[in-house]
Design a protein around this ligand. Structure first.
Ligand code: UDP
Ligand code: MG
Length: 321
């Protein structure tokens, strides 16, 4: 029977911790009684340096449910993406499959069952995808959707309307742990792993209590990090712009020479206008070119795994574990 670990990053979540525990323990009991997961399955709360009583509450819940509630206490606040990574990597040695979910229960815990079913059907990663964003404010909805579109334009592969509510098998987390980069953007990294994947759909609800720990500033930082960690397209855009301006400068040269020879120009205008266009374009082109090398260096220093072998067919060793 597969042992499930539900990984929950928590930052100042004292208002929701108990409600979240009850809901998730309920899910564990239900799935265990249906024989879909092992009885030793558990919730792993990751306290991300909370300033309130979150950690004390996690300890209390652990006393009340010694097997089903476990906790990791990070030494300080490192942010959602890092807290979640810490939880997943800690959990992978204690379980067969993980599900990550936010503490505020905005994501529907009822679809965890469907995720497990899809895992048993052979999927290593199952994405939780929001059907609609009715409960989000207009502002959050439009900014978030604009963000997904922009990511797509920049060539970052993400799953539309999927945040960090997802199932990952142990081997998927194992593979993920080989991504040693410091700037984490999980939604972009997980699709790089490969394996068979699927989605489950749900309606996103309101936070059960407390308020968002993702103010606009953190959201923008996440968006910028997402693009800058996955794409060197902005650099290519500079190069493209440089090339375009050099071409325009050639057209401007033709125009300037025609004006010069028809004689209706102020002294010095021709040379002035030509140097402005030409050198402007040349500079952008040069910056873009240097940028291309920096982009390559950037991708190299990430030391990402270059491939992930799923299976080998060979005559020598036909055993499968
Ligand atoms: N979170 C975290 N560290 C942080 C900020 C948030 O671990 O620095 C957790 C938070 O406790 C919650 C999840 O990340 O479980 C998502 O945060 P939130 O619900 O506030 O974001 P929103 O749903 O508003 O985007
Ligand atoms: Mg939330």
């Amino acid at each position: 029977m597969d042992k499930l670990a539900i990984v929950v990053p928590c930052y100042n979540e004292e208002e929701v911790l108990h409600i979240a525990t009850e809901a998730l323990v309920g899910v564990l009991d239900d799935l265990a009684s249906k024989g879909k997961i092992a009885k030793e399955s558990f919730i792993l709360f990751v306290n991300d340096g909370s300033k309130d009583r979150t950690w004390e509450l996690i300890e209390e819940e652990h006393k009340a449910h010694p097997i089903q509630v476990r906790g990791v206490k990070l030494a300080g606040n490192v942010g959602h993406q890092y807290a979640l990574t810490a939880g997943l990597i800690t959990a992978k040695d204690m379980c067969d499959v993980t599900v990550s979910i936010d503490a505020d229960l905005q994501d529907d815990v009822a679809v965890i069952e469907e995720m497990i079913d899809k895992f048993h059907a052979g999927n290593d990663i199952v994405y939780g995808v929001r059907k609609e964003r009715k409960t989000d404010t207009f502002f959050k909805r439009t900014t978030a959707q604009g963000f997904y579109k922009l990511m797509d334009k920049m060539g970052v592969k993400t799953v539309y309307n999927h945040a960090d509510f997802r199932l990952m098998s142990r081997r998927a987390v194992e593979e993920f742990s080989k991504y040693e980069e410091t700037n984490l953007f999980l939604r972009g990294m997980v699709p790089l792993i490969g394996y068979q994947t699927d989605c489950v759909y749900y309606d996103r609800k309101e936070r059960v209590a407390g308020e968002s720990k993702y103010p606009l500033k953190k959201m923008l930082a996440l968006a910028f990090n997402g693009i800058s960690s996955f794409s060197v397209k902005p650099i290519s855009m500079i190069l493209g712009l440089g090339i375009a301006i050099v071409i325009i400068s050639i057209l401007a040269a033709i125009y300037a020479f025609i004006s010069y020879f028809t004689g209706h120009v102020v002294q010095g205008w021709t040379s002035l206008i030509l140097s402005i266009w030409f050198f402007g374009g040349l500079q952008l082109l040069a910056i873009g070119l240097v940028g291309q090398y920096i982009g390559k260096i950037y991708m190299e220093v990430k030391h990402r795994p270059r491939y992930n072998i799923e299976k080998i067919l060979s005559t020598e060793d036909d055993k499968e574990d």
